[in-house]
Design a protein around this ligand. Structure first.
Ligand code: NAP
Length: 305
């Protein structure tokens, strides 16, 4: 099969090389999926799991990519809940060969069924951004209707999901980002917008929940806004700032079939929007993700357009 691999952590996206690789096989509880579309996260070549296995051993040449939409072609021993020919969407393991390939082996529990009326490109844009937003707001942030949520980077992949899911849950959402993002963020359901380059964050007043996708000084300033009993949720590494009287949580998104099914259903029903930005074929993927162009929305590799 064709696959993109990386071998050198110092090479960045220049190191992405299209090669022939053996077909993956399905281990216990796995399925093999024929990949139709795969999501790309711009920071993934910086993640240790791209380069080493769970024991810290070099696993290069490794195939990046963790989001997929495709069709099940084989079941491993003991695998239940999915069948060959079924359309699926899901999150591949951080430490195994990924989805920038014609086929990938994934644990079946990481996948949800993708309805026929949801396009594979749309499906592949959902697992990381949708599950991260869901888990940050509801599992870790314990969001309640009527609470005030500060959603950073609200025009970005995760932030746009955070903004919509929080607004849909009855929260008062204050989105942040660049000046040019204002209209987009308000259309997603935020009631207020703060341009982090030109406006003073402290003027938003107190909030119950901060969803941090930026870190550093923005995280620190945000922690000071959290009201008693509130929560700072961060997805950009160990939290460095803590609210005076509240919780701070950092986490890495996990696969969850039930949550993913709910996210896909909301997208199908028009209750949740995803923004697909650049698309490329597997042959063009290295050039596209390496171009350095700023692109709004998820980058999707259409492995089988
Ligand atoms: N822990 C986890 O499970 C997890 C899961 C998903 C993502 N992540 C991480 O979360 C981060 C965000 O991911 P993403 O996919 O949402 O990225 P993204 O699509 O690039 O969104 C980030 C958004 O934040 C904006 N932004 C960043 N710094 C800013 C600043 N100083 N001032 C104003 N706006 C700023 C960006 O604007 P510009 O593009 O203009 O800079 C962009 O709109 C990444 O670091 C990613 O690795 C972690």
């Amino acid at each position: 099969m064709k696959a993109l691999v990386v071998t050198d952590p110092a090479a960045g996206t220049r190191g992405l090389t299209l090669v022939d690789r053996p077909m993956p096989t399905a281990a216990i509880n796995d399925v093999v999926v024929e990949v139709h579309a795969a999501g790309w996260v711009s920071t993934e070549l910086e993640w240790p799991s791209t380069w080493v296995d769970r024991a810290g051993r070099d696993r290069t040449p490794s195939i990046p990519g963790h989001e997929l939409a495709g069709v099940v072609t084989a079941l491993g021993y003991g695998t239940t809940g999915l069948s060959v020919g079924e359309r699926v969407v899901g999150l591949a393991d951080w430490h195994r060969d990924g989805t920038l390939a014609e086929y990938v082996a994934v644990e079946a529990r990481n996948l949800a069924v993708l309805p026929d009326d949801v396009d594979a490109t749309v499906g592949a844009s959902l697992p990381i951004s949708g599950l991260t937003a869901w888990q940050g707001l509801f599992d870790h942030g314990h969001l309640e209707p009527g609470q005030r949520v500060l959603a950073h980077g609200a025009a970005g992949a995760v932030g746009a999901m955070v903004t919509q899911l929080a607004a849909d849950a009855g929260a008062h959402v204050i989105g942040t980002g660049r000046a040019a993002d204002r209209e987009t963020v308000l259309e997603l359901g935020a009631k207020e917008f703060v341009d982090l380059d030109g406006e003073d964050l402290s003027e938003v007043g107190t909030v119950d929940l901060v969803f941090d996708v930026i870190g550093g000084a923005v995280q620190e300033a945000s922690a000071r806004l959290i009201t008693g009993g509130g929560t700072l949720v961060s997805i950009v590494g160990p939290v460095e700032a803590r609210p005076a009287d509240g919780d701070a949580v950092d986490f890495v998104v996990e696969a969850d079939r039930g949550q993913l099914r709910e996210i896909v259903t909301r997208v199908r029903d028009g209750r949740l929007r995803t923004t697909v930005g650049r698309t490329a074929t597997l042959d063009d993927a290295a050039a596209t993700v390496g171009s350095g162009e700023r692109a709004r929305g998820k980058t999707i590799i259409q492995v089988r357009p």
